[in-house]
Design a protein around this ligand. Structure first.
Ligand code: FE
Ligand code: FE
Ligand code: ZN
Length: 277
């Protein structure tokens, strides 16, 4: 069975998101750990988190995904921004220990002119500061479109970050279909070749999640504008191949398409129908 969900708002709590997911035919979901554009965080509610754990076990959820705020940039030029990134990540990781089967996804960062090599070092350094040996939560680096000075557009950059981290047995990758397509990887015509490249550079065992989004823009545009499934330049035939690919079909898929709840329910049913037995 396809493991799929969408991005949900945490504003009404954790258990509420679990129920919302079930109501649209999902068996997982994604949420922001804190205000995506600010960074402020909700009061810690351990009872609510434990209630979600129980709910997820009852309903056989696939791992859920906590997404770090966009303002978290561990390779900023500004020391204060780098410090916020380290503290927010460390705090997020401590809180997420109360959730079962949760992964933590973040955008590697933007080097803002310092160069990718410096960016990679600073990102690895942040991970080495924020992570801790007993940590249960696996951290996922998200593949990026290469907008501006984003680090993580190429599989080589992702691999270089992982290589410099201490607890790298707790590090995986989340592949965003819109981002890799905009980044120049032709998952429409060359899915096997792209995955073979991923395997030789990063290792497919690191691939732990898929952000499943269509793209408003063309291959290699470096734009990062998500589109509804089937309405963009990736298209439904490519998504059908993606949800059926032997290297991908067991992974959890998370929709980040421009939709309301009915739209998400519709996309989930389309993608479930697209996956062969
Ligand atoms: Fe993201
Ligand atoms: Fe994404
Ligand atoms: Zn995006």
């Amino acid at each position: 069975m396809l493991h799929i969900g969408c991005h949900l708002s945490v504003s009404q709590g954790f258990l509420h998101m679990g129920k919302e997911a079930v109501s649209i035919g999902a068996d997982t979901f994604q949420f922001f750990t804190r205000n995506p554009r600010g960074g402020s965080v909700r009061k810690l509610d351990i009872n609510d988190m434990e209630a979600l754990n129980q709910f997820m076990a009852t309903h056989h959820f696939a791992p859920i995904l906590a997404h770090a705020p966009y303002t978290l940039n561990g390779c900023s030029k500004t020391a204060r921004t780098r410090q916020f990134a380290r503290e927010a990540m460390a705090d997020d990781l401590r809180r997420l220990e109360y959730l079962d089967h949760c992964r933590y996804n973040f955008h590697p960062g933007s080097h803002v002119g310092q160069g990718a090599e410096t960016g990679i070092e600073l990102i690895a350094d942040m991970l080495n500061t924020a992570m801790f040996p007993e940590q249960k939560t696996m951290i996922l680096l998200e593949t990026m479109a290469g907008k501006g000075t984003e680090v993580g557009r190429t599989f080589e950059e992702i691999a270089a970050i992982i290589k410099q981290t201490v607890y790298n047995d707790k590090i995986g990758v989340c592949l965003d279909t819109c981002h890799v397509f905009d980044g120049g990887y032709d998952i429409v015509h060359q899915l096997d070749a792209v995955l073979a490249q991923f395997d030789s550079i990063i290792g497919l065992q690191r691939l732990q999640a898929i952000h499943i989004n269509d793209s408003k823009n063309s291959l290699g545009s470096h734009k990062d504008r998500h589109e509804k499934i089937g309405a963009g330049n990736i298209g439904l035939p490519a998504f059908t191949a993606i949800v059926n690919h032997p290297a991908l079909r067991e992974l959890p898929f998370y929709l980040e398409t421009p939709n309301d709840m009915d739209g998400y329910a519709h996309e989930i049913s389309i993608l479930r129908a697209a996956q062969h037995e």
